[in-house]
Design a protein around this ligand. Structure first.
Ligand SMILES: Cc1ncc(C[n+]2csc(CCOP(=O)(O)OP(=O)(O)O)c2C)c(N)n1
Ligand SMILES: [Mg+2]
Length: 149
């Protein structure tokens, strides 16, 4: 079984997946997507409201250590080049494992269709001073170009 929560979503009910899979030696693989952010809320603030992101930062939590404390082997991916090897190792192990995957907090989760309103709100949010606005604008430009070519 594969469980892929965000960093915050895992923080709320982490005991059942970790403790149950450790107790019953279930072959559950948990991949925690770590962006140190309430990502969905951040992008809603920008694309729905046109406001700069506010109050969405999360403190980093070392979930592999939390997992180890519960008897579940923990892994960590920081560099995308490690992805294949670390996942292969974690998936080859019998029993539960947790993999912390660090992802870019400035990568916009683009929906299949972006409305004119959403695009306008995003630009407003950036102009009004969203933290790391320049990095977000760069990612948006890269993603748009990638979709065109
Ligand atoms: C129990 C609960 N509390 C609050 C929310 C509102 N909520 C929706 S997405 C989100 C942030 C999720 O952050 P994270 O799990 O880190 O995932 P990300 O969006 O960063 O990938 C929150 C708080 C919710 N859906 N469920
Ligand atoms: Mg997150």
């Amino acid at each position: 079984m594969l469980h892929v929560p965000g960093h915050s979503a895992f923080g709320k009910p982490w005991q059942p997946p970790l403790l149950r899979s450790a107790k019953y030696k279930l072959n559950v693989k948990i991949i925690v997507l770590k962006n140190n952010s309430l990502g969905q809320i951040k992008w809603e603030q920008m694309a729905f409201l046109g406001n700069p992101e506010y109050g969405c930062d999360l403190q980093p939590i070392d979930y592999p250590s939390v997992a180890q404390a519960c008897g579940v082997r923990g892994y960590s991916i920081v560099d995308p080049n490690q992805c294949q090897d670390v996942l292969a190792e974690a998936f080859a192990e019998q029993g539960p494992t947790l993999i912390k995957a660090t992802v870019d907090p400035n990568e916009p989760p683009l929906p299949p269709k972006v409305s004119f309103e959403q695009a306008r709100h995003m630009i407003e949010a950036l102009v009004r001073g969203t933290p790391d606005g320049a990095k977000i604008a760069k990612q948006l430009a890269k993603d748009t170009i990638r979709q065109l070519i």
